[in-house]
Write a protein that binds this ligand. Sequence first.
Ligand SMILES: [Zn+2]
Length: 319
Amino acid sequence: MKNLPTIFIIILICLNVYAQDDLDAQKRLPIIDMHMHTGLPEKIPAGTPSLCRPEPCEGDIPATVDPAQLLKKTLAVMDRYNIVKGFLSGVDLSIVKKWKQAAPERFIAAPFILKPGSPDLEKLRQEYTSGNLSGMGEIGTQLLGISPNDAKVEPYFKIAEELDLPTLIHTLGIGPYLPHFRSAAGNPLFLEDVLVNHLKLRLFVENAGYPYREEMIAMMYQYPQLYADVSTITWVIPRTAFYDYLKAFIRAGLGKRIMFGSDQMVWPEKIGVAVEAIEQAPFLTEGQKRDILYNNAARFLHLENTENNQVAHKTRSQD
Ligand SMILES: [Zn+2]
């Protein structure tokens, strides 16, 4: 019993920490995370260090591979940083649906398309009609070496345009170490056929096509409907490389079409690192930071009141 005062003090400290977290979240303006996953498309052992490039390098966060644990940790970080919406995809649709059920107003649920044909289009159409899903992609067929203009991917763009779905695609120079992944299949110029054939498609490109800078800028100048996220590159590559890349897009005048993402995969702790990478960018004005963290995504997603966070706050308290 003589430990009682100590226990009491520990409880008080904990309460204070939680209260402080809540206060921090309240003080933070809302954020939209355009790139979240329920896990990885491939299985990895629990505790695997977070990804990093270029090698040799060492990841600093151990993987949380259990989906329920991952959900819990992801929601906790979303609360802490006032992330009011997340574009969420996963290969296993039953897990995507579970996450959506856990926080219906928080997630825009979408299928991860790894292999064309799975899930099949009729099943997907049902999921959209019933309201279980409302986004398309990440279309990750590049992980199997299939480029975006391949005829096998076309039906997914077609249905996404028809149903007006926000659509995310992995089209860039880097990706997971999978045997069939090809950097060359990720050249953003391959998007041109898709964009010409689907003028109303609301498409955004992971990592702004990193490191295909000129090609991506060409596509964004030529096709005003095309947006980009900065997600994995906020924490996987050296911060200097990320800032050089982001700065190039800002200097090119594309600051209204870049959206924040974390691509947390199985390392939810990286969401905070990603947010801070934007917040600490010395070359961004406060307005540019708000555009990347919230306003551009709100416009892209057709949320109301782009500059006004009332809707977002309301959404958050409804969870
Ligand atoms: Zn991703």
